[in-house]
Design a protein around this ligand. Structure first.
Ligand code: PLP
Length: 378
């Protein structure tokens, strides 16, 4: 039997929550979205938040509030998911890629400092697989420069991870965006996102932009005399979260602590039992508590990574690489130079199954398949 790389943990709770919507027929701009937003803010101590259709759309909208011009630069990691790159491209700004530290998931601060200049308008920091980057460090670098730079975080991979006790991912930046895709810590039935910020005006702006740019949503004008009337002051998009997505989210939010604990337990078991001669594991100096998405291995040689990936696939174990290629190797960016450490890392990593209900017997099977390969190779 195949063991999948990830598995959304949804059950009767989500089913019943969604079923209520079949009865009340309220599909958009309704009570579930409000309740999910409030629950989210409260659980992770965020000041303001706005739900959106996905993390990618949220990143795009936050950048849109900044009115970026063609030569404005956005600094982002080369080792990254494409969402951040697309958000920059869709805002017609110039992406500037920064490298990783060698054999590390942490960004290279020296490279970051070198790339800041008068054209830098945004630093878009992506966190990777449940562990946090040094967000305080980035914030301090920005404070020290004479430039006005917006600090945006892609927190798709770090929902529920803490910088310090009760200080959750996304707390040190001007805005942060989360994902509720099918493989993330929680899912809104396959898609969804949340923008958080300490800035009330920014969140208000996101709420306008996500709803075409309407100055008032249909919900907010429902009691007005001319309730059909609205004005469009800036071009927005249709990036709203639906009631069904939010109904999923409300239930998933109740399970997030358990998901985090279970994933950390499985990760500990993998770390204890995997043969460590050819590989090592993701780690971080900036994370008080991690909230993993996958289990991540870093091989000493890329050739071994590829061999193990094939070996696991042949044995019907779900694997993937998060991420290869690095962003500037995609045709849409076309840069001649590329970040070497980032490239090297992307060739050596491998993600293996990790989800709360992954059975101990399956964990043992995966460990045996990897360890036995090393034994055959000796
Ligand atoms: C780091 C990161 N950012 C953003 C996204 C995009 O999220 P969404 O599917 O919610 O747009 C992903 C998706 O996997 C991701 O891994």
């Amino acid at each position: 039997m195949k063991i999948n790389l990830s598995r959304p943990e949804i059950d009767l709770k989500e089913y019943k929550s969604v079923k209520k919507i079949f009865n009340n027929k309220w599909l958009i701009n309704g009570p579930n979205v409000k309740s999910f937003e409030n629950g989210f803010k409260k659980k992770f101590n965020y000041k303001f938040c706005a739900s959106v259709s996905s993390c990618t759309s949220g990143l795009e909208l936050v950048l849109k509030t900044l009115n970026l011009k063609k030569n404005d630069e956005v600094i982002l990691s080369s080792f990254n998911f494409i969402a951040a790159g697309i958000a920059v491209k869709n805002n017609h700004a110039k992406p500037v890629f920064i490298d990783q530290k060698k054999n590390s998931f942490d960004i290279d601060f020296e490279d970051l400092k070198k790339k800041i200049n008068s054209k830098t308008k945004v630093i878009l920091l992506t966190h990777f697989n449940g562990y946090l980057q040094n967000s305080i460090g980035v914030r301090n670098i920005i404070k020290k420069t004479k430039h006005k730079i917006f600090f945006l975080e892609d927190c798709a991979h770090v929902l529920a991870a803490e910088h310090k006790k009760n200080i959750y991912s996304g707390s040190y930046s001007d805005a942060a965006v989360f994902s509720f895709g099918p493989t993330k810590m929680i899912t809104c039935g396959g898609m969804g996102g949340m923008v958080v910020s300490k800035n009330r005006e920014l969140i208000k702006h996101i709420n306008i932009l996500k709803s075409f740019g309407m100055n008032k949503s249909s919900y907010n004008r429902k009691n007005e005399k001319k309730n059909w009337h609205y004005n469009i002051k800036s071009i927005g998009a249709n990036y709203r979260m639906t009631e069904i997505q939010a109904a999923f989210g409300i239930q998933q939010l109740k399970k997030v602590n358990l998901f985090k604990i279970k994933k950390n337990q499985i990760s500990k078991f993998y770390k204890k039992n995997l043969d460590k001669k050819q590989l090592f594991f993701q780690s971080s100096n900036f994370t008080y508590s991690s909230a993993l998405i996958y289990f991540q291995m870093i091989f000493k040689k890329s050739k071994i990574r590829n061999l193990i990936a094939n070996h696991l696939s042949k044995n019907k174990i779900g694997i993937s690489v998060h991420w290869d290629p690095i962003l500037e190797k995609h045709d849409i960016f076309k840069t001649k130079k590329f970040c070497k450490n980032s490239y090297d890392l992307s060739k050596k990593i491998l993600s293996i199954p990790l989800y709360p209900s992954l059975k101990r017997s399956d964990q043992i099977k995966i460990i045996k398949i990897i360890n036995s390969y090393f034994k055959i190779e000796k």
